[in-house]
Design a protein around this ligand. Sequence first.
Ligand SMILES: [Fe+2]
Ligand SMILES: [Fe+2]
Length: 262
Amino acid sequence: MLSARTIYGEIFDNDEAFGLFCSIAASGEAQGGWENGKIAALVPGSQAGLAAKIARHGADEDKHGRIFAALLRKRGLEPVAVPPDADYTMRLEAAGIGLAHTRLPREEQLTEADIVAYLAHSRVTEQRASEQMRALGRHAGDRPDIARAIGVISHDEDNHLAYCHEELLRLAAAGHAQVIRATLRATALAEIAIYRDVSLAVMAHLGRILGWPRPKSAVLAGGIRAVYACERLGGWRRMVSLRMPARRDALGGLVPAQSSHA
Ligand SMILES: [Fe+2]
Ligand SMILES: [Fe+2]
């Protein structure tokens, strides 16, 4: 039967597929860690209170990268190169979503407008991360080591999303509401198309590794396109709403010590 659970099961049970899956995940998380770390150092004075939270966000993403790397190591696998068509963060950046990476290694302080663009990008991508980790957690139930690792990451992604809501609401109240609304809309519409394309690419790479027959790949690709159609028809709106989270100041407090938890 073709269910999400059996598909994930096939991926988890095959070393090469699992290796590619974890390598893609680890690389995306590490990239997020690098970006947040750089942005934290360039926060403008007017938003100084954000710097520690962005640094904490970056430390969490680095930790997620280490967790996926640890899952690989436990299986005796080496990370593999991420195929460019399956690189979600780089494709977003290439589409002009969020802050251009070329700006980050410089010493120039960011502006408030940059911070708005960064937070809007995070609001959308953290929603995706939070939903993906929840789905992954549901389907990894009978594999305790994977389920444990995903549980840690999932909890963090929910916190990241809560923090984005809270900070964007604060900036909206401070006069940036219109720009925030427009940036969120543009970001979400670009993200859903990139997510579709990356999902199709990842599925094609995994299908080749797992020797999926053509009809099976076609059904899965159809499913990915159907998800995009639903998102384009209105599902994207869930990625742009702003609601004060139940958990306030989710990234307040100290940056956690470096440990992989996996
Ligand atoms: Fe993450
Ligand atoms: Fe995150």
